[in-house]
Design a protein around this ligand. Structure first.
Ligand code: BES
Ligand code: MN
Ligand code: ZN
Length: 490
């Protein structure tokens, strides 16, 4: 799809659909650009209470014959003075829905009117572009009847500002990355298994010169002593991998930022098997990995001067005669021994070895992304990603990146009191806390035992990576991660 910036007045815009936003706290300023007859028509509709200015309401304007646009759509946007980011998003989503229904191939949006109170025109153009392209994604890979193909080919933003190429380019690359993450997440586990993730990594490296890939198989993992990771996968017929993808955009001596993604393509819980209800959702247990793929895809399109390494822990957690038992003690790559109390707390067991492994990259920062705990959903719901870090500045950088990209996170504590709950009489650590309390925090505390040598953050995305079966994977936190990395450009 093509995006443009257009500075023309309404009566000079030839488009299938002209979209004008209506506010309830003033006469739509945009309409002043209409001819006198339209202002009169607008006022008459308004007097009859026929103009719907509630957020997302759509009114087709009839009688606009002297405007070159084939259709004029008025879309409610609520209060202009208090236009929030969330309302902006609702309005753009309603706009896309109306454009899809109208089956138009081009549209022009009076976006200059729709700038959230605390945001710039560039932010709005970037966000609208992202929302349009993510809104056009529809999962149909495993349906025999494919989704209707997209008719919308061209979108113009009617704004006075000129330099919006970066905003459009960023919004587009972000949407592509988010859609990559969503597709990987939505695919079922019988297709998207560890081997499939390896294939995707190779495809990414083939598509972009800046990306190279290296895959560690079971043998290499054994040689490295990844006993914790391998304990998770030994019950599965599908072999595990550590996939290392390098995006080289910066100088060769520049320290890399490392992203480590939990890629459990299915999590049955192992011998501590999960209840049947909702178990199908555990195909989403690779969304951390999916967000790493998505972010690298976005970077490969934007080509910032950064070095970023994405590490995927690709594995399956199954129950079988060869599966790890509760009570088994395993030795992690770090040398620390772990008593596996609950085989369903497997994410931390694969991540701890990957986190030990990445020390060799002498990272500027390490961020792991994982659908790690159900407890984070109890605590924070589906709105913010939980942000943990062993470095306050890094935690703040991630929270700020979330605020800027409106893919928000919330800071969580890492206190030694939580680590004390991980003591075991039989090993250096146990893999779950003593009780159910603070389950997301004790999981993060477990990881903190393996990340003392570098700046590290952990994002628990169990509540934000996907929400409901209907919505599926959200593409989060590609927005936060991309913003965080772009902010590191000096
Ligand atoms: N993958 C799950 C976490 C999860 C739960 C993600 C619900 C998305 C939705 C993780 O491996 C897990 O099973 N965690 C356990 C930990 C417990 C055994 C301490 C949990 O949260 O119940
Ligand atoms: Mn689990
Ligand atoms: Zn899991």
């Amino acid at each position: 799809m093509q995006f443009n910036v257009n500075h023309s007045a309404f009566d000079a815009i030839d488009t299938d659909a002209l979209v004008i936003f209506l506010f309830d706290d003033e006469d739509a300023a945009s309409l002043t650009a209409l001819s006198g007859t339209h202002t009169a028509l607008f006022n008459s509709l308004k007097d009859q209470n026929l103009l719907a200015s509630k957020v997302g309401q759509v009114t087709p304007l009839i009688g606009h014959a002297d405007l070159p646009a084939s259709q004029v759509l008025l879309i409610g946007a609520g209060s202009r003075a208090k236009l929030s980011e969330n309302n902006f998003i609702k309005v753009i989503k309603a706009t896309l829905k109306a454009l899809k229904q109208a089956k138009v191939s081009s549209a022009s949006l009076a976006l200059d009117d729709l700038i959230p109170a605390k945001r710039s025109v560039a932010w709005s153009v970037e966000k609208a572009t992202e929302l349009m392209l993510t809104g056009l994604y529809q999962y149909d890979t495993t349906k025999s009847k494919k989704a209707d193909s997209n008719k919308l080919e061209r979108l113009d933003y009617l704004v006075a500002e000129q330099n919006l190429d970066t905003a459009i380019r960023t919004g587009r690359a972000l949407a592509h990355g988010m859609n990559v993450a969503r597709e990987l997440g939505n695919l079922p586990a019988n297709i998207c298994n560890p081997d499939y993730l390896v294939e995707q990594a190779n495809n990414l490296a083939d598509a972009y010169d800046e990306i190279s890939v290296e895959v560690l198989g079971q043998k290499e993992m054994e040689a490295l002593g990844m006993g914790s990771f391998l304990a998770v996968t030994q019950g599965s017929a599908n072999p595990p991998y550590v996939i290392v993808m390098k995006y080289n955009g910066g100088k060769s001596d520049e320290k890399p930022h490392v992203l480590v993604g939990k890629g459990l393509t299915f999590d049955a819980g192992g011998i501590s098997i999960k209840p049947a209800a909702g178990m199908e959702d555990m195909k989403y247990d690779m969304l951390g990995a999916a967000s790493v793929f998505g972010t690298l895809n976005t970077l490969a399109e934007l080509k910032p001067a950064l070095n970023v390494i994405g590490v995927i822990c690709a594995a399956e957690n199954m129950c079988s005669g060869t599966a790890t038992r509760p009570g088994d003690v395993v030795t992690s790559m770090s040398g620390k021994t772990i008593e596996v109390i609950n085989t369903d707390a497997e994410g931390r067991l694969v991540l701890c070895d990957a986190l030990t492994y990445v020390d060799r990259f002498e990272p500027a920062s390490v961020v792991d992304i994982a659908t790690l705990t159900g407890a984070v959903i109890v605590g924070l719901g589906h709105h913010p990603t939980a942000v943990y870090a062993n470095n306050e500045e890094l935690q703040q950088q991630l929270v700020s990146a979330g605020q800027a990209s409106w893919d928000r996170g919330w800071p969580m504590p890492l206190w030694e009191e939580y680590n004390e709950e991980l003591e075991s009489p039989f090993a250096d650590l146990r893999n779950i806390g003593a009780g159910r309390a603070a389950g997301s925090i004790t999981a993060a505390a477990f990881l903190s035992e393996f990340t003392r040598d570098y700046n590290w953050a952990h994002l628990d995305i169990a509540g934000t990576g996907w929400t409901t079966a209907k919505e599926g994977a959200t593409g989060r936190p590609v927005g936060m991660l991309t913003r965080y990395l772009l902010d590191r450009l000096s």
